[in-house]
Design a protein around this ligand. Structure first.
Ligand SMILES: Nc1ncnc2c1ncn2[C@@H]1O[C@H](COP(=O)(O)OP(=O)(O)OP(=O)(O)O)[C@@H](O)[C@H]1O
Length: 320
């Protein structure tokens, strides 16, 4: 699979879209509180969070569908609440609810869309039929009403691709897709970004965010509680070192040896230890030096940085 991210994206200095100190209230209930982020051309930004964290409300304010109680929202330099129409064709939206006419075929739906939203020149997938790009060629003449959920998602993507957008708001674009379709959607998103499109991705699939996003923000109870590159976000969580305890060695040696906390467990009559550490390199060096000095062989020795799933679970647990 070609990694389009290997080519540096066309990043300009002005953000393609941004929210600054945005707060959204429904009556007295604060759904989004002082949220800020800014995304440049060619970047993929993943907005993550538990159910009800405030992602949709934030995205709706970027789409001009929700006016924040306070703060500023800009898309391609414009206030989307007032000037959404002027952004037509330049901004594409993949929403969770597709509003397609069920009696039109896939091809007719695309033609109607293109008539309403003229395509920009020299964009990703120039010269290609968007229906082919998303792998819907075999359903070109099928009525939209009979498409499966996954096929409708792909039609959504075809319409988004068809105008060559500068900004794409993609709300859970791979929900309901089989693994192969999911991967091909990732390729399409990467190609759009490689051609300068700024993408806001909301997803509950953390592997998807880890795979695609240049930046992520994790929301919880209306606030951004962690943000940065995936590497920065996972570095905030402890890494693990694990190994089988050699015969005659007890885990009580380890707390003095390492910075992190240790856990011991037994499986199949074999005792193993896990060290949770914020200082992976230093603790690994201490463990290896200790084993070397003691003449021990550490079987099943492994080191793992934290995953986005673990960071997400830890932040959700804190809130709980
Ligand atoms: N129109 C509304 N009136 C009152 N409360 C609302 C309204 N819309 C959303 N909320 C509340 O605001 C909070 C944030 O909702 P939002 O839909 O933004 O969350 P989300 O992160 O997108 O969740 P999910 O992952 O479940 O889609 C939730 O507690 C929700 O119940």
């Amino acid at each position: 699979m070609t990694d389009q991210r290997a080519h540096p994206p066309a990043v300009s200095s002005a953000p393609a879209f941004a929210v600054q100190n945005v707060t959204c209230q429904y009556g007295s209930y604060t759904a989004v509180e002082e949220v800020s982020f800014s995304v440049s051309s060619g970047e993929i930004f993943a907005l993550l969070g538990t159910n009800g964290a405030g992602k949709t409300t934030t995205v709706e304010s970027l789409q001009g569908n929700h006016t924040p109680t306070s703060g500023q929202v800009r898309v391609l330099g414009k206030d989307p609440g007032r000037l959404w129409r002027t952004l037509a064709g330049r901004v594409a939206v993949i929403s969770q609810e597709s509003g397609f006419a069920p009696d039109l075929t896939v091809a007719e739906t695309l033609r109607m869309w293109q008539a309403l939203n003229p395509r920009r020149e020299a964009t990703a997938f120039a010269g290609q039929d968007p229906i082919d790009v998303v792998g819907l060629s075999h359903r070109r003449d099928a009525k939209v009403g009979v498409l499966s959920g996954g096929e409708k998602r792909r039609l959504d993507l075809a319409l988004a691709v068809s105008t060559g957008p500068e900004v794409l708001f993609a709300d859970e674009p791979t929900t309901g897709l089989d693994p192969a379709s999911r991967r091909s959607t990732w390729e399409v998103l990467r190609t759009l970004a490689a051609h300068g499109c700024a993408i806001l991705l909301t997803t509950h699939y953390l592997d998807e965010a880890a795979e695609l996003a240049d930046q992520v923000a994790i929301m919880n109870s209306g606030k951004v509680v962690q943000s940065g590159t995936v590497a920065q976000v996972v570095s905030a969580q402890d890494a693990t070192i694990s190994f089988a305890l050699p015969e005659g060695v007890t885990a009580s040696h380890l707390p003095e040896l390492v910075h992190g906390r240790t856990d011991c467990f037994e499986t199949g009559g074999r005792r193993s230890v896990v060290v949770y550490t914020g200082q992976l390199q230093a603790d690994m060096l201490r463990i290896l030096t200790w084993a070397d000095e003691e003449g021990l062989v550490l079987e099943e020795l492994a080191a793992h940085p934290a995953s986005l799933d673990e960071v997400f679970a830890a932040l959700s647990d804190q809130d709980a």
